[in-house]
Design a protein around this ligand. Structure first.
Ligand code: FES
Length: 165
């Protein structure tokens, strides 16, 4: 039987919020970032285990809302196994939509006032990869990541813009 949405959220959002995957930290991570959502101030930490350019593990902590926790849960599941060279070898305009899509394709339709939440995990991922690149002296990867961060800002603005219009 199909579950009904709850409090305006899809069943998938509720499931990942109540049973979040990959909560925690990674000792001596190859990539780590702490980001503050620019719209609401909620904080998310992301830890990455990267080996030979492959994301082997991803963990998070979040002092965020239902959708942010559900987003980080889905993202950390889906990003495992990611080949960074393949991901960042894509066209710039494809990468952020692809990463946001990893989350949103799983969570279903979100209330408009929550559209600023999923991009936080994507920003955390890009910043963690950026730090990994910097630590390893990988200028090419670091530059590729830096160029993408402004594209995440466009996703933060979606819900805000809808509320203002
Ligand atoms: Fe702050 Fe969702 S991230 S309301």
């Amino acid at each position: 039987m199909e579950s009904k949405p709850t409090l305006g959220f899809s069943a998938q959002v509720i499931e990942h919020f109540l049973h979040p995957r990959n909560v925690g930290t990674i000792d001596s991570p190859e990539g780590m970032s702490t980001i503050t959502n620019p719209v609401c101030g909620d904080t998310t930490e992301l830890y990455l285990r990267i080996n030979k350019g492959i994301v082997e593990d991803a963990r998070f902590h979040s002092l965020g809302c239902v959708v942010t926790i559900a987003s980080a849960s889905v993202f950390t599941e889906k990003i495992k196994g990611c080949n960074l060279a393949e991901l960042f070898g894509r066209a710039d305009q494809e990468i952020v939509p692809y990463l946001v899509g990893l989350v949103e394709s799983e969570l279903g339709e979100l209330p408009v006032q929550k559209l600023h939440c999923p991009p936080a995990t994507v920003q955390a991922f890009l910043e963690a990869v950026g730090k990994h690149a910097q630590a390893g002296g990988n200028v090419e990867l670091g530059t590729a990541v830096q160029k993408l961060l402004p594209r995440v800002s466009e996703y933060y603005r979606r819900g805000v813009k809808a509320e203002v219009d």
